[in-house]
Design a binder for this molecule. Structure first.
Ligand SMILES: *Cc1c(COP(=O)(O)O)cnc(C)c1O
Length: 443
């Protein structure tokens, strides 16, 4: 690995060159495009991000679960370098190329279920979600889409409508797309009657609500993240996903799993749905798919995917040849290095230490997630009141010590951890040491 796998702080965070670049950013870049930790990156690899001041930070974010195979992963870099020298774009809808077909074949093979599948490639997660909705509507001849509380599906107009949280994603950007209906999420920690009753009651409430307010016969698709990402790594209780999926099947509704954040080994399986043997009709993927290059996909049952008329799906750049080459390199890396198994090993290292934090500090309301997608929810001690200020303070304390951590949650009170799957155990433990020190100093 060309980037030394060690944390190194040469300046304060951010250092002077980053501060200078950040001033340039303020003059050149629209202020609506925020940055969480304004260190400007020079290089990155493995579990380390190197900034322009020579600081080396431990990465517990992976660019929001994107560089699961590591930054500039060797197989990805090599595949991209080869492809970029051969040709960079023809538009698959004009003159096609093998890489696109090969990525579709990989997706059809790797996603849950043995049925006949098809895939279509796009540029971003939001675009994949939009296309899943288009496909479900044509297939069913229905319009309504059901999404969940705490859901995050993107920032385009339709996906803003599907996304639950107002600030910062939706504020001022309406009107939003119609025919989107929201139902409660099975959120064990915050379920009013307690986590044990959550699966059963949440499902009953879902069924009753959609029956009364939408009508099953009007619903094209139900879309759900098998573990919610931006909403705070909310893991529905066992059985909930399967019951929603089979209810959809009963009513001819397309069950869409948005695995954009959970997919590609992140949770310890290729896809999070596999954990409970749930087989979605359609699955949306992006983030971890291509080692950092922009690529996204919809994969699903052939009869649903092929319902759309020829020419109905596409886009200028969707399935760009360089991004496809990167995806093939990333998928090969996941297979060769068993990154699903590695994600489970990361959980075995991290979870006990997060649970121990929970035992030590009353402000830790919940520890949850799966594989290398883990989080702690922070509350005011002795209550379940969200504590976003403490969450922000803990994240800032980690940043100061050279650990990149992200926050999440509808209430802004979740610290989430998404290390690259290729991070070494020593860096993982050092990152957790920093987190523990942040708790000791801030709580
Ligand atoms: C990030 C994300 C999206 C949106 O993907 P973009 O590539 O940012 O458009 C959609 N769904 C989920 C679950 C995500 O995590």
């Amino acid at each position: 690995m060309s980037v030394a796998q060690q944390r190194l702080l040469k300046t304060s965070i951010p250092g002077p060159r980053s501060v200078e670049l950040h001033a340039r950013k303020a003059r050149a870049v629209a202020s609506g495009v925020g940055t969480m930790l304004p260190i400007y990156v020079a290089r990155a690899g493995g579990g380390i991000v190197v900034d322009v001041d020579g600081n080396q930070l431990i990465d517990f974010g992976a660019g929001i679960a994107v560089v699961s195979v590591g930054n500039a992963a060797p197989r990805v870099a090599e595949a991209v370098q080869h492809q970029v020298a051969e040709f960079t774009h023809t538009c698959f809808m004009v003159t096609p190329y093998e890489g696109y077909v090969a990525v579709a074949e990989q997706l059809n093979e790797l996603t849950p279920g043995d049925h006949e599948k098809r895939s279509a490639l796009f540029n971003s997660g939001a675009e994949a979600v939009e296309n899943a909705v288009k496909i479900a509507r044509v297939h069913t001849g229905r319009q309504a889409i059901v999404a969940f509380e705490h859901a995050y599906h993107g920032r385009t107009n339709l996906t803003m409508a599907l996304t639950a949280k107002n600030m910062p994603y939706k504020q001022g950007f309406g009107p939003f797309a119609g025919e989107v209906y929201r139902v409660p999420m099975a959120y064990p920690y915050r379920w009013p009657t307690g986590p044990e009753r959550c699966a059963h009651e949440a499902f009953a409430e879902f069924v009753a609500l959609v029956h009364a307010q939408v009508g099953e016969q009007n619903i094209a698709a139900v879309i759900i993240e098998p573990i919610q990402g931006e909403g705070g790594f909310i893991v529905p209780p066992p059985g909930f996903l399967a019951r929603v999926a089979s209810w959809c099947a009963e009513h001819g509704i397309v069950f869409v799993a948005d695995e954009i954040q959970t997919g590609f080994c992140r949770t310890g399986d290729w896809f999070a749905c596999e954990f409970e043997d749930v087989v979605p009709d359609l699955i949306t993927t992006a983030k971890g798919i291509a080692g950092g290059l922009p690529l996204a996909a919809v994969t699903g049952r052939a009869e649903i995917m092929d319902a759309v008329h020829v020419g109905g799906l596409g886009g200028t750049y969707g399935g760009n040849p360089v991004a496809c080459a990167a995806a093939l390199g990333a998928i090969e890396t996941m297979r060769a290095e068993d990154l699903g198994g590695v994600a489970r090993r990361i959980e075995a290292v991290m979870r006990p230490r997060l649970v121990a934090l929970g035992e030590k500090y009353d402000v830790v309301g919940d520890v949850r997630g799966r594989g290398a997608m883990l989080a702690v929810e922070l509350v005011v001690a002795g209550t379940k009141d969200p504590d976003p200020a403490l969450t922000a303070a803990l994240a800032a304390a980690c940043h100061q010590q050279g650990l990149i951590t992200l926050t999440a949650g509808t209430f802004g009170n979740v610290l989430r951890f998404l290390p690259p799957l290729v991070i070494g155990d020593d860096l993982l433990n050092e990152g957790l040491d920093i987190l523990e020190a942040a708790f000791a100093a801030s709580v």
